[in-house]
Ligand binder design. Structure first.
Ligand SMILES: [Zn+2]
Length: 301
């Protein structure tokens, strides 16, 4: 059956017996039935779950215990609710990136220079070694095949969140078959292909820039600029396995949403910070600074 979350816009496909009234992504109780969509691209690939329901819960408990000291103290005892495995739609992109680049390449060299200083009241001349950099311009062309760029196609899981969960092990990528997602909640792409293509190109350009930086010669470089165009683009829908959990850490607060990579167990969530703890820490720091200032002025002697 086909469902839509009226809160976050996720478009779910679930078996009748998994009918849910709560959105697995945002926990909003505003899931309504929708007609089957006809124009959605069908998945080409899928990655299966490797992490069990129980293992995902254990990972999250461990993760909640190891948050930074300022996080809300209720997290350590949080109860995990609505643990759901969701096949999240993503786009798998690859392209040939052709770049023209320019940069300033720095070569370091050492020089011995003489200088004068005063020792025991006398002026003496000494030498020292200094490192200097000579800059020369460099231009060039670079062609590189950029594979396996994964971007979200879901309104329920942002691209930033997906990046936090990456990498997924794409060596076990399988052709999509409906049997694979039977018994699970799956989502149809709810972001447009154009939007996803834009995200994928952005990620590709960022990767190209990083690669160019890695192979620049010399001891250092600056002003690296590149003009890159992409060819032979491929963009296919790929379902990726994600556990979505709600961690309730305080009865009257909305639960914290935690997502887990269904393959690697990588966990991500926006941990609430305890205002009381932050204020206490800041207070202690201010007190320490004030005491130090007083002490350095001799107030305690
Ligand atoms: Zn939702």
């Amino acid at each position: 059956m086909n469902l839509r979350c009226q809160s976050c816009g996720a478009e779910l496909v679930v078996a009748a017996e998994l009918r849910t009234t709560v959105c697995p992504y945002c926990a909003a109780p505003s899931v309504v039935e929708r007609p089957a969509s006809v124009d959605r691209p069908a998945p080409t690939f899928a990655l299966g779950f490797a992490l069990t329901h129980q293992a995902a819960g254990e990972r999250v408990k461990q993760w909640l215990r190891s948050r930074h000291p300022w996080s809300h103290s209720g997290l350590k005892r949080a109860s995990l609710q609505d643990v759901r495995g969701v096949y999240v739609p993503a786009y798998l992109y690859s392209a040939l990136a052709l770049s023209e680049y320019s940069a300033s390449i720095g070569e370091d060299y050492t020089e011995t220079e003489t200088y004068t200083t005063t020792e025991n009241g006398k002026t003496v001349t000494k030498t020292r070694t200094v490192t200097k950099t000579e800059w020369r311009p460099l231009r060039g062309e670079h062609a590189e095949y950029v594979p396996d760029v994964l971007v979200t196609a879901s309104r329920g899981l942002s691209n930033a969140e997906l990046e936090e969960l990456e990498p997924f092990d794409l060596r076990v990528l399988a052709r999509y078959e409906p049997a694979l997602v039977a018994g699970w909640v799956a989502e149809e792409p709810s972001l447009s292909r154009e939007e996803c293509l834009r995200l994928a190109r952005e990620e590709t350009l960022a990767r190209v820039k990083q690669r160019l930086g890695e192979f620049m010669p010399g001891d250092s470089h600056q002003n690296l600029q590149h003009q890159t165009r992409v060819e032979e683009e491929s963009l296919e829908v790929c379902l990726v396995p994600v556990w979505v959990l709600a961690a309730r850490y305080e009865p009257d607060k909305p639960p914290l949403r935690v997502v887990v990579n269904g393959q690697s167990g990588e966990v991500h969530g926006e941990v609430p910070v305890s205002l009381v703890k932050v204020l206490l820490t800041v207070g202690v720091l201010v007190l320490a600074v004030v005491l130090y200032a007083l002490w350095s002025q001799g107030a305690f002697s």
